[in-house]
Design a protein around this ligand. Sequence first.
Ligand SMILES: C[S@@+](CC[C@H](N)C(=O)[O-])C[C@H]1O[C@@H](n2cnc3c(N)ncnc32)[C@H](O)[C@@H]1O
Length: 288
Amino acid sequence: MRDPDDNWFNRILSPLFQHVLIDRDQVMAQSDRIDWDATCQRLTNPTVTYPSYYDQAFHGIKDGYRCTTAALSYDPITQYVLPPNETWVRQSLIDAVTCQPRRILDLGCGTGTGTLMLKQAFPQADVIGLDLAVHMLAVAEDKAQQAQVSLQLRHGDAAATGLPPNSIDLITATLLFHETPPAATLDILRECFRLLTPGGQLLVLDGNQAALRQAKWLMEIFHEPYIREYADGNLDAWFGAAGFGAVRSRTVWGVHQLTQGVKPNPYQRPQWSNGAAVGAVGLGPVGA
Ligand SMILES: C[S@@+](CC[C@H](N)C(=O)[O-])C[C@H]1O[C@@H](n2cnc3c(N)ncnc32)[C@H](O)[C@@H]1O
């Protein structure tokens, strides 16, 4: 059912259809399949508190992520902003999973593209997608239904999930941290540490911080309020500050970055490399 109050088509998508290769019929069909009011009401957790940094016009959309405009335009645009190919970039995160996870949590899951890939790669696992925007979750739910895949979609703040400690084997966050100020990033990473089972893995896929520092012009065009702070920071160091070990980052297809860490298992010997424990300390910017 089309949202009668939101003129998203005229404002955002119509110009894109004219200038970029976007499948208009597919977007319209998706919008028509979703009963926006009922779905958003059902998905809303009324106890959720929105952090103050979240009240921003992300990507130039007035209501940020909390509207149909953002939810419907996200996938058609994202396919063009993850070069060389969205699926290859996302697959790099799946390929980095080293455990056989029983419970997976995808933080800031948005419209669920990566969440679905996780479920398809680990069909035996319970996969939870968590996001602050119910409109984004509504699209994720529709995509899961279309793919006949079962996901648990949860409305919540990644820094305060309400999930039990030591309950998740694998946590992922794709394209989340370039949208959160560093203090919030650290809060989310500490929450990840609390949630992971000892030995559990954290994987973060996002823009390459070193590359972004060299491309300030790129930061301006996407209306990303916190991307400068993200670029000037250091994910390895943030992981270290939250308690993670075996922290390392690698560049993916030149402009993306995959950072991983492990919650140390007190019953296992730490991994050693060249005589030093693998991990990161300090919070200054370094090359990714
Ligand atoms: C750029 S989108 C990424 C979506 C998805 N992970 C992907 O790979 O396409 C960022 C998402 O993070 C969500 N988000 C931002 N801050 C959050 C927070 N503190 N807790 C949960 N979700 C958050 C936004 O609502 C948005 O859906």
